[in-house]
Design a protein around this ligand. Structure first.
Ligand SMILES: C[S@@+](CC[C@H](N)C(=O)[O-])C[C@H]1O[C@@H](n2cnc3c(N)ncnc32)[C@H](O)[C@@H]1O
Length: 329
């Protein structure tokens, strides 16, 4: 089995936690046949499960159209070589620029080209505007190449958009950006081709998962903030935020959906911060759940090279024997 890794950097990525979740699947729910990940992001858990030969069929979903389009395009194995050579051309050119001003100018040109593809003025976009097939193949290929390159060259690999949906992260500080390996891209493509890839709000994919026996659902939403300033929710222009006066309304909606899934007998795990607000929204007064506190080291969204340990919750609909020392309910 290939050593496939998440292809993009993504805020809240679960590379560190993925081996633990994989162990849980192997030990606690070995009959799993169908994997569902409604908040896919960089898909660290999916790729780890795939690497361990645990993906037989899957539904993956996210609310960021550019990201979903990227995965759908990269999953077309016949297009991978074309995508690869365009990525290598752009990264080699980026690496050849040794003045910061020139790099910045090139990065901004790439970012603008990417935003133009997704702008409402793009007539191609209009033609294919019904989700999830926003763009035709040529535009999808261009967008995917640009998304990969800006993800590797922007600040911390963040994907953040403004209220118009335009990607607005500045250039990061990199001496040389690593040139990917064609085989790695082929493995990623093969891994993604096992999944049905969806765009939109998580609820649809979540409820549908109840129709398939032996499903396992992993929910990794934007977290309840630890503090007012640490709340990164700007993945999409709609954000994971309230449209009402209640700033927690999206978390509460998710907690209700989670409770519904637990009571329907789903095998499901939800990640979140281990703080009093998350405990009050997702845990207090809820039945038939098992709650574990896990320490993980985070690197994204911080000053380069710095790390900090963060305590996270894993809230599960089934008991996890290997985590019994970490149980906090
Ligand atoms: C914490 S990240 C997931 C990270 C992922 N587990 C990884 O390993 O990279 C949360 C993801 O949820 C997506 N998201 C936010 N609101 C959503 C919604 N209402 N429905 C579906 N996805 C949503 C964001 O775009 C983001 O990619």
């Amino acid at each position: 089995m290939s050593n496939v890794q998440p292809i993009l950097k993504w805020a809240g990525g679960k590379r560190k936690l993925a081996p633990l979740i994989t162990k849980v699947v192997i030990e606690e729910i070995p009959t799993t046949k169908h994997y569902v990940e409604p908040f896919f992001g960089g898909g660290a858990v999916y790729f780890e499960l795939y690497k361990n030969n645990l993906i037989k069929s899957a539904e993956i979903n996210d609310i960021v159209p550019q990201l979903v389009n990227f995965y759908k395009t990269v999953s077309k194995t016949s297009e991978v070589e074309k995508i690869y050579s365009a990525i290598v051309n752009k990264l080699n050119y980026f690496n050849s620029l040794n003045q910061l001003e020139k790099r910045k100018k090139y990065f901004e040109y790439l970012r603008k080209s990417f935003n133009n593809i997704w702008s409402q003025d793009n007539t191609e976009f209009e033609k294919h505007s019904s989700p999830p097939d926003y763009l035709g193949l040529e535009e999808s290929l261009k967008s995917s190449v640009l998304l990969y390159v800006i993800n590797k060259t922007c600040f911390n690999g963040l994907f953040r958009v403004n209220s118009k949906g335009e990607f607005n992260v500045p250039l990061g500080s990199y001496e040389k950006v690593q040139i990917p390996n064609l085989n790695d891209l082929i493995y990623t493509s093969e891994a993604l081709s096992k999944a049905n890839i969806h765009f939109g709000d998580y609820e649809r994919v979540l409820k549908k998962s109840l129709q398939k026996k032996d499903s396992f659902v992993y929910l990794d939403p934007p977290y309840v903030a630890n503090s007012k300033t640490s709340d990164f929710t700007s993945y999409s222009k709609d954000k994971f935020k309230d449209t009402t006066n209640n700033e927690d309304s999206e978390h509460i909606r998710l907690a209700e959906n989670f409770e519904f899934m637990v009571n329907s007998g789903a095998k499901i795990i939800l990640s979140n911060h281990n703080n009093s607000k998350a405990l009050s929204i997702f845990v207090e007064g809820k039945k038939n759940i098992f709650v574990y506190g896990i320490d993980v080291t985070k690197t994204i969204g911080r000053v380069k090279g710095s790390k900090n340990a963060s305590s996270e919750l894993l809230i599960s609909s089934f008991e996890i024997a290997s985590l019994k020392d970490k149980r906090i309910d």
